[in-house]
Every structure is written in C-alpha cells, then in structure tokens.
Design a protein around this ligand. Structure first.
Ligand code: FAD
Length: 515
C-alpha cells in the first residue's frame, strides 16, 4: 500500500512532513557526466518543484533540458542502469498544470519537455491531414501554426496553454468531445521513450499495446516525445451562444439531445451558477442579449441556474445558412427566453478564451494560488440525483470559481486507451474549479474547499453513484485499484512490461519504485 511517499511536503495542511531522501553523493556527478545534446541543471530545481494546484512542494534533484529524444532515452537508461542503488525517478513535465503533484519527481529528475523542440511543427495536408509535433509542444502553438494552412486539430481542452504530452497522458476533454472524442482519440501515431529507455514508434497498427497504454496512461508507460495529431478544415468564425435554465431536468435533457444530433452544434458545454449576482450583466461585455428588456429584468441572485453554452462554427460566406441552422436548433430548446445571449468571434479567439481570464487573474495575483479542483465523470443515470444534492445542498455559492457540467457520448470513443470512465454510453464531466483564498479573507480557504470536495465524494459513495475521477488523485494503491476496477490487472501488467522499475511519473502515486 502506498500510504505515504517519502519526502512529500504538503504545502497546505498539517498531515505531512518532509524527510529528505538520502542519495549516494556520486549520483549528481553521474548525471552531470552524461553525454547529452541538451543539458542538465541543478540550481533551478525550484522551477519544477510545484504545479498549478499549488499545494505540494517537492523539489527534484535535477532538471533535464533535452534537445533530442536521445537525451531522454540516455537519461532513462542511465537511471535504469543505476537500478536499486538509487532512488531516482523521472517525471516528464509539460507546463506543470497538474493539480496534485503529478508532474513532480521528488529528488528525482524532471524532464522539461518544452525544451524538446524537435520535430518542428510539421503539417501534412491531403485527404487525411495531420500535424507532427514534439511531446512538449503547447496546443496554442499548434493551433496558430495549423491555422496558417486553414487547418486545426478537432478536439480541444478549454485552455490551450497545456502540452501535448500532458493532455494525452490524461484525455483532453472539452465541448467538442461528444463529437470527436477526447484528444486521445484524435492521434494517429506516437513516439515514446519507455521506462526502459527504448525509443519506440507506435500507432493503432504498430506496437498498438504501447500506443493504447500511453493514451490516458497518466505518464506510467513512457514519455511522449512526438505525436501525430488529426486535423480538419478550420472555420473562420464561431457563433457563441449562452442561455439559462432554472430546472436541471430541462437543462440536461436539452444538453443530451444536442450531443446526439447529427448536424447540431460543434461544441456543447454548460456550467452551474449558484447565487451569482447580476450574472447577465457580467456577460454584457462580451455577449449581446436577444431581448435586452427581458434580460434587464432577469435576476440571478439567490438562485441555482444552469447555463448551456453552445457554439456553431462557420465561414464568413456561410453566415446566412449558419443563422438559419442555429435558429432551428435553438427553437427546440426550453431555456428561459429572456436569457438568450449571443456573440460572433474568430475561431482562435473562442478556443483561447480561458487565456483572457488567466491574464486578468495573473494581474491581480490570483493565478498562483492553491487550486483544489475536483473533476468527476458522473454516469447519466445518476446525474439528476447528483445535481440535486450537490448544487442545492452541498454548495452554497460558486463565487470562487466555475463549475462546469456537460455530457459526452462515448459510443464513438476508443475503449482501448487507459482512460477510465463510467460504464454508461453517456456520462457528464462535472468540474469544480475553485481558487482558494487565504484563511483570513473568508470562508473559501483551502481547508474549506477540500472539505467541500470530500463531502461531494462522500455523498457519491453513500448514494452508490459510480463516479470516476478525471485527472485522478488517490493516496493509496487500494484506491487506485478501485478506480481501475477490472482494468487494474491490465494496467499493472502493462506497467511491468514498459516500466518494470516504476521510475516514470512518480507524482501520480500509483506505483512505487522498486528498491
Ligand atoms: P503536466 O502537468 O506537466 O503533466 C501532467 C502529467 O503528464 C504528469 O504526470 C506528467 O509527468 C505527464 N507528462 C507530461 N508530459 C508528458 C509527456 N510528454 N509524456 C508522458 N507523460 C507526460 N484538461 C482537460 O482535459 N480539459 C480541459 O478543459 C482542461 N482545462 C484546464 C484548464 C486549466 C487552467 C488548467 C490548469 C488545466 C486544465 N486541464 C484540462 C487539465 C490538464 O489537461 C492537465 O493539467 C494536464 O496535466 C496538462 O497539463 P500540462 O501539459 O502542464 O502537463
């Protein structure tokens, strides 16, 4: 049982103390003497000791800044060669946007994937277009480059300043996933450095076991050094629509009907607002109300409301037909009529929308605060029971961060990846995304928010709602086994095959390095 990882320092709370890991003194020297195209550094380890969650501080011994896949393979082989004479582990780090230390390697080696600049972003046009990118590339850069050719990846995350290796190790889910599947469903080929240091190319046809293990594999089986990502023609513009519901059943019925439509919207998401004053006034800076008078009279405070957010892609010359199609789709929905707000923006502006909030939060010093986020996949059969209890009884406001809720239809998703989802065709992603405030400034401090998360999880357990965590985090191997259910044996077998010493991605806390 992994009840405790040695040396773990928990920034937030009281239950963990750091015990330094003893390393033989010649280990740093042995790392420094490796023949690398890039370089290894020991004096900037603070840059890789925390993540976006901002709750754990676990400095590595060194950071590898690789120039080539061979640098990564050389490092992994060296650590394998040291075997049990060292405690060294390896974590690939994308942008460190993890929440609970998943990209950290305490006293190990963190690989700064951003320095792996090869291959350059290479776009292949043709019948089935694709782009080849390095595993450390960020999605925003890929979008900017592919748009130059009128192309774009199909499936996204809400925030684009994440890396390819980071999201493919999880899933990469956003409002396009009902149509195209998550990002892990839109990859043709990968290049991997396994936990043995072998460099392997894999795809659906070639080394397919490794390919599907790595997709959604939480970094456990190999380091993604290159990915071939599916593209489609990019639209110029999007019609972006928000409407409100006060009744959860009507909201979820409409969401579910939209994700099963053939020629429906291109993006379907939604969010919950609990007791948000003047919500519609806040929207006015970026959206126009269809009915200004009705919208002015609408009051959001004191209520739990559900916002449906949908988008239709279009090219400028197709604006008329797009308007007709959206009118027709909206006419079938039962939202509160005075709450229809619309906007038309360039495709890239829509996709990069969260970055605007990032800039504002950074300016106020509110980006680098603890983020006790909880992401759950809730089966459709239980979502009403879940929503009734969580949004009406457990949460009293969501002023400290958004709560997303939207269904996806996984009938088209590939079931061979390592991603664990509920066992129903339709399930909801429910994401609680708060930022903690200092204890002195109010009730939404870290401890309070963590307790609230635990209440949600306790409720699901007591009500027998078979939720699965997305971007999962557990303290013990027993909990991991329960997360994987009957796929645990397969996961563990694959770990043994591709990373037998368990040196990769120790921050996920699934396996502990053999000593
Ligand atoms: P890191 O945090 O650096 O790494 C994540 C894990 O992957 C670690 O275990 C790491 O060791 C491993 N890893 C990193 N690179 C590689 C590689 N090349 N090969 C193998 N393993 C690797 N997720 C969604 O699905 N949808 C969203 O809409 C979404 N929105 C987000 C918005 C914000 C503001 C933030 C902070 C996160 C969001 N995420 C979302 C979560 C995001 O997908 C994860 O944080 C993910 O880990 C990607 O972040 P990263 O690239 O910085 O990876």
């Amino acid at each position: 049982v992994l009840s405790c990882i040695p040396g773990r320092t928990n920034l937030c709370s009281n239950h963990s103390v750091t015990t330094p890991i003893d390393l033989p003194p010649d280990i740093p020297f042995s790392l420094d003497s490796l023949d690398l195209e890039g370089y290894i550094s020991f004096d900037d380890v603070h840059n890789a000791s925390k993540d976006f969650g901002n709750r754990y501080q676990l400095p590595p011994l060194a950071i590898l800044h690789p120039r080539s896949v061979y640098d990564i393979s050389t490092m992994v082989r060296h650590i394998v060669h040291l075997g049990s004479t060292s405690n060294l582990t390896v974590a690939a780090r994308g942008h460190g946007h993890s929440l609970q230390g998943q990209a950290l390697a305490h006293q190990g080696v963190v690989i700064n994937m951003e320095s792996l600049r090869s291959p350059d972003i290479k776009i292949h046009k043709g019948k089935q277009p694709y782009v080849d990118v390095s595993g450390g590339e960020s999605w925003i850069n890929i979008l900017r480059e592919t748009l130059k050719f009128g192309l774009s990846p199909k499936s996204w995350t809400d925030y684009l300043h994440l890396t390819v290796g980071g999201t493919l190790s999880n899933a990469g889910i956003s409002g396009q996933a009902f149509k195209h599947g998550p990002q892990i469903n839109n990859v043709y080929q990968l290049e991997i450095v396994t936990g043995k240091g072998d460099v392997m190319t894999c795809s659906e046809k070639q080394n397919s076991e490794l390919f599907y293990s790595v997709l959604g594999g939480l970094g456990q089986f190999g380091i993604i050094t290159r990915a071939r990502i599916a593209l489609e023609p990019a639209p110029h513009m999007v019609k972006w629509i928000r409407v409100l519901y006060s009744d959860f059943s009507a909201f979820s019925r409409d969401q579910e009907s939209l994700i099963t439509k053939k020629n429906g919207f291109d993006y379907v998401e939604g969010f919950v607002t609990v007791n948000r004053t003047d919500l519609l006034n806040n929207w006015r800076s970026s959206f126009s109300p269809n009915d200004s008078i009705g919208a002015n009279q609408f009051k959001s405070e004191g209520k739990t409301l559900y916002c449906l957010e949908v988008v239709k892609y279009f090219n400028t010359e197709e604006a008329n037909s797009m308007h007709q199609e959206t009118e027709s789709l909206l006419s079938e929905l039962s939202y509160i009529p005075s709450t229809l707000f619309t906007s038309e923006v360039p495709y890239i502006e829509f996709l990069d929308r969260v970055h605007i909030s990032e800039i504002k939060l950074r300016a106020k010093g509110l980006w680098e605060v603890p983020h006790p986020w909880l992401n759950l996949l809730v089966p459709k059969s239980s979502v009403f029971e879940f929503a009734t209890e969580v949004f009406n009884n457990i949460l009293t406001s969501n002023n400290n961060g958004p709560i997303l809720i939207y269904p996806v239809n996984q009938t088209k998703w590939n079931k061979r990846t390592s991603l664990i989802t509920p066992d129903e065709d339709i399930f909801y992603l429910v994401a609680f995304l708060p930022s903690a405030v200092p204890k002195s400034s109010g009730k939404n401090d870290l401890e309070y928010l963590l307790r609230q998360n635990q209440r949600v999880l306790n409720f699901c357990a007591a009500a027998n709602i078979n939720v699965k965590q997305y971007l999962p985090h557990y303290e013990t191997q027993r909990e991991w086994r329960s997360h994987f259910g009957n796929r645990w044996e397969m996961f563990a077998k694959r770990k043994h095959a591709y990373d037998p010493l368990a040196i990769l991605a120790p921050g996920q806390r699934i396996f502990q390095k053999a000593t």
